[in-house]
Design a protein around this ligand. Structure first.
Ligand code: NAD
Length: 292
């Protein structure tokens, strides 16, 4: 019989975790236990969920009944032990390897022995996170249930999700993660556990190359953005997109690709590093390649 997620846990009520919890509650219609170590983050997250649901009702995308049923499925807590009855948990705490490893060691203890243990990491090796679930690396009882469900931001809007299997991940775990993401209305792509996975491995060198074109005078910023926007039917050009993602994030991902794959084709652009050094990080700091 196919694995069924009847109850979900989400750890981290920030930008990504809240979005994942909300879409799971609304589309997959499962009860969600939302865990954060900060009550303030939980309060802020739930208030944001109210705002998003109210907007959907106002725009007649959903009814008031659906909004209420969705909200009722979300339970917030600061206690990890409340994850003792979930079938799957998705972790979305900050991108700090030691923090994720500590949480997965705890999840292996707290969650039922059948539960899928998923991470939303953007760059950390799934194999490494899975390794943290047991002191004995040959004991794969928990590590075979670790997988990545890498949702795209903002979760309620972007349909794509990457499912990444670590070395220890079982095929059943991958199938269960794909099935649940599809129940959430997403389109899943399976990727191996390799630096940048699929999305960033393809996207970031493209953005980096656009910045190198600017740096070496091949084109002006408007020309670079315009040709890609109007020539490949994407909603924004690569430099505008970099400003939206955050130039510090782009640099960090290029450094991960460069270090992990060791090929000079992943060398971060000198100009990108200079913008980050200047504090011109894009939209969030008011200035990147463009002014906001
Ligand atoms: P965020 O900073 O918005 O949220 C993180 C949340 O985790 C906060 O609410 C924080 O209080 C909570 N937290 C911190 N330590 C905790 C702990 N020990 N236990 C429980 N909760 C804890 O971060 P985010 O942008 O939502 O990113 C979360 C993850 O998703 C990261 O791994 C990130 O790389 C990944 N990701 C982010 C994006 C993006 O565009 N923001 C896209 C894809 C993946």
């Amino acid at each position: 019989m196919a694995f069924e997620v009847k109850k979900l846990g989400v750890i981290g009520a920030g930008q990504m975790g809240l979005g994942i919890a909300l879409v799971a509650a609304q589309k997959a219609q499962v009860p969600v236990t939302l865990v954060d170590n900060s009550q303030q983050s939980l309060d802020k997250g739930l208030a944001f969920a109210d705002k998003l649901l109210a907007k959907d009702v106002q725009k007649q995308r959903i009814t008031e009944e659906i909004a209420k049923a969705t909200k009722d499925r979300l339970k917030a807590t600061t206690n990890m032990a409340d994850l003792s009855d979930v079938d799957m948990v998705i972790e979305a705490v900050p991108e700090i390897p030691s923090l994720k490893e500590k949480i997965f060691a705890e999840l292996a203890e707290v969650c039922p022995k059948h539960a899928i243990l998923a991470t939303n990491t953007s760059s950390i090796s799934i194999t490494k996170i899975a390794r943290a679930t047991s002191k004995d690396p040959t004991d794969t009882q928990a590590s075979s249930r670790v997988v990545s469900t890498h949702f795209m931001n903002p979760v309620p809007v972007q349909k794509g999700v990457e499912i990444i299997a670590g070395l220890q991940t079982s095929p059943e775990t991958v199938s269960a993660a794909v099935a649940f993401c599809e129940k959430m209305g997403k389109v899943a792509s399976v990727s191996a556990d390799s630096p940048g996975f699929l999305a960033n491995r393809i996207l970031m060198p493209y953005i980096n190359e656009a910045i190198i074109c600017l740096e070496t005078g091949v084109g002006k910023k408007e020309d670079i953005d315009n040709i890609m926007k109007n020539g490949t039917n994407v909603p924004m050009g690569p430099l505008t997109l970099a400003d939206f993602i955050g130039l510090d994030t782009c640099l960090a991902i290029m450094e991960t690709l460069h270090a992990g794959l060791g090929d000079s084709k992943y060398r971060p652009s000198v100009l990108l590093r200079q913008y980050v050094d200047a504090g011109w990080l894009g939209k969030k700091s008011g200035r990147g390649f463009y002014e906001y």
